[in-house]
Design a protein around this ligand. Structure first.
Ligand code: NAG
Ligand code: NAG
Ligand code: NAG
Ligand code: NAG
Ligand code: NAG
Length: 500
């Protein structure tokens, strides 16, 4: 069935340029940018904020980050949030996705004590955005767990599902009157596969047990938060909730690689979406079987901790839209005899014995995991629309990492143009994409890549005490798109007051 769809797509894509010259994004479309607390806020030790797992990890082990930096100051958005709002205005955006820092709002990790300063910071930010007609899309958790909860087992301890639900309840009670779009947890793959695969905090090496406990616990934590919203807030506030998924698009190298490609999609995204978005709930069936067979060969009972029937029902259907973080695409094939299956999750999977390739025709940047294939996004949107019963998709992250390419970032401009064009085509196909958040507003602390890898529409002078922000060419382009709602904007530069 998918192949037929692909043939139709290919035909459509060939007519893309002429088709999108006339097309416009709907009036209601949310044009946004995204960020995350630890990557921009800085102010790691102000007021009563406690340490997050990222504060702790990078103070203890600075050598893990390529340039030995951390997020202690970052873009200093804790102090410079007014400038951030000004930039969103310059870009002509009507949506801003940011995250709340759990240890800033709840320094003990628990709901027994709410920080006044933490609470006010996010109140000011939300009110400042709304004053300018910018709707907040708020991520409740974006990787920065309070260290005190990590010391109690973090995401591997099933009790975290209640700790998270309590935290989410506080967040809903404080901000739910003004926030209509929520992401409960950002990219659980990042915190589970990354955190237990020596790729991100807490930087454990436990891919067989810890990672999978974490996987299950993120599903339950998300669902408990969702059920609390249903019970206490939905009637009053009418907000929408989802969980955002990091989802590379995957295509088979040859038609016979379709089966392992489907398994790869389940491994990458299905573990974090099937329990929530599928009709039957629970783990993706074939993947669960295969992983559990691998586990049994090693003497474990299972790889993916089973859900009880009650848990399946708790989690199933806990979404109001789909939140997609899309960056790039891979080609999938079985490893050849004696070829080592990629050991890192960007390159392949030993569990599935598959290799992920990049088509040599795809453009790349200096960042090795990245490749540029915009049609992949439209193919993926079709796949999502046919696989799940979703009424609305918001692209909560999309962007391109480069090494420092200064203010004339033509590759980023092209990336946004081509990816936005594919979204416009998907909307024209009848897929309900209602919003888009560019990753990211400004160059920031990019986890293990430090300040080395740049994703920003704005450059930031990290040596300046004021962390001066300057728009790049991609910002100028994006501001034309938001003002004309076209991907090939025809504008008279002198008549529009875009980015200075
Ligand atoms: C907070 O951290 C900064 C370094 O990032 C340091 O200069 C400052 O003294 C610290 N402040 C407190 C109150 O500990
Ligand atoms: C991680 O643990 C596995 C065993 O589960 C071991 O084979 C591997 O060498 C460890 N990797 C590192 C970098 O410590
Ligand atoms: C798309 O989603 C929006 C927001 O939920 C909704 O108002 C609209 O009716 C949807 N459109 C379609 C065609 O389903
Ligand atoms: C998207 O899914 C809806 C509902 O499942 C379906 O009616 C519609 O035809 C699909 N759109 C496309 C472009 O496949
Ligand atoms: C930083 O910004 C403040 C407030 O806008 C300004 O007064 C100050 O001169 C700036 N500092 C530098 C070093 O540019």
């Amino acid at each position: 069935m998918y192949f037929k769809c692909a043939v139709v797509l290919t035909i459509l894509i060939h007519g893309a340029w002429s088709a999108t010259e006339q097309l416009k994004f709907p009036e209601t479309f949310m044009f946004g940018a995204a960020s995350a607390a630890y990557q921009i806020e800085g102010a790691w030790n102000v007021s009563d904020k406690s340490l997050s797992i990222w504060d702790k990890l990078l103070h203890d082990r600075p050598e893990l980050v390529v340039d030995h930096t951390n997020g202690d100051v970052a873009c200093d958005s804790y102090h410079l949030w007014r400038r951030d709002i000004e930039m969103l205005q310059e870009l002509g955006l009507n949506m801003y996705r940011f995250s709340i820092s759990w240890p800033r709002l709840l320094p003990t990790g628990f709901s027994n004590y709410v920080s006044e300063d933490g609470k006010n910071y996010y109140n000011n930010l939300i009110d400042g955005l709304l004053e300018k007609g910018i709707q907040p899309l708020v991520t409740i958790y974006h990787f920065d767990l309070p260290q005190s909860l990590q010391d109690l087992g973090g995401w591997a301890n099933p009790l975290i599902t209640d700790w998270f639900a309590d935290y989410a309840n506080v967040v809903f009670s404080l901000y739910g009157d003004r926030v209509k779009y929520w992401v409960t947890i950002n990219e659980p793959m990042g915190l589970c596969d990354g955190g237990y695969g020596q790729f991100s905090a807490p930087y454990f090496n436990d891919t067989y047990v810890g990672q999978n406990l974490c996987n299950k616990n993120t599903m339950i934590a998300h669902a408990k938060a969702y059920r609390i919203y249903d019970e206490l807030y939905r009637d009053k506030y009418h907000g929408k909730l989802s969980l955002s998924t990091l989802f590379f698009w995957f295509k088979p190298v040859e038609p016979e690689d379709q089966e392992v490609t489907d398994l790869t999609i389940d491994l990458w995204a299905g573990r974090y979406t099937h329990p929530i978005f599928s009709k039957e709930g629970g783990w993706p069936r074939k993947l669960e079987q295969l992983l559990n067979e691998n586990a049994k060969k090693q003497g474990y009972h299972y790889r993916l901790p089973p859900f009880t029937p009650e848990e399946i029902e708790l989690v199933r259907g806990t979404y109001d839209y789909y939140a997609l973080n899309h960056y790039t695409t891979r080609l999938v094939r079985r490893a050849k005899p004696r070829e080592k299956a990629g050991s890192w999750f960007f390159d392949g999977s030993p569990e599935l014995n598959v290799i992920f390739d990049k088509d040599p025709r795809w453009r790349t940047t200096g960042i090795d995991w990245f490749a540029f294939y915009s049609e992949g996004l439209r193919e993926q949107l079709h796949w999502l629309n046919t696989t799940y019963d979703i009424k609305e998709i918001v692209i909560t992250e999309n962007g391109i990492p480069t090494l420092d390419d200064g203010l004339v970032d033509i590759l980023r401009l092209d990336y946004y143009k081509e990816y936005l064009e594919q979204i416009l085509l998907a909307i024209n196909d009848g897929i309900n994409v209602t919003g888009y958040a560019a990753w990211t507003l400004m160059d920031n602390f990019e986890w293990m890549s430090g300040y080395f890898s740049k994703f920003g529409l704005y450059a930031v002078d990290f040596t300046h005490p004021n962390r001066t922000r300057t728009p790049k060419e991609s910002a100028r382009y994006y501001s034309q798109v938001t003002r004309t709602r076209m991907v090939h904007p025809v504008v008279d530069e002198t008549e529009l007051n875009y980015v200075k």
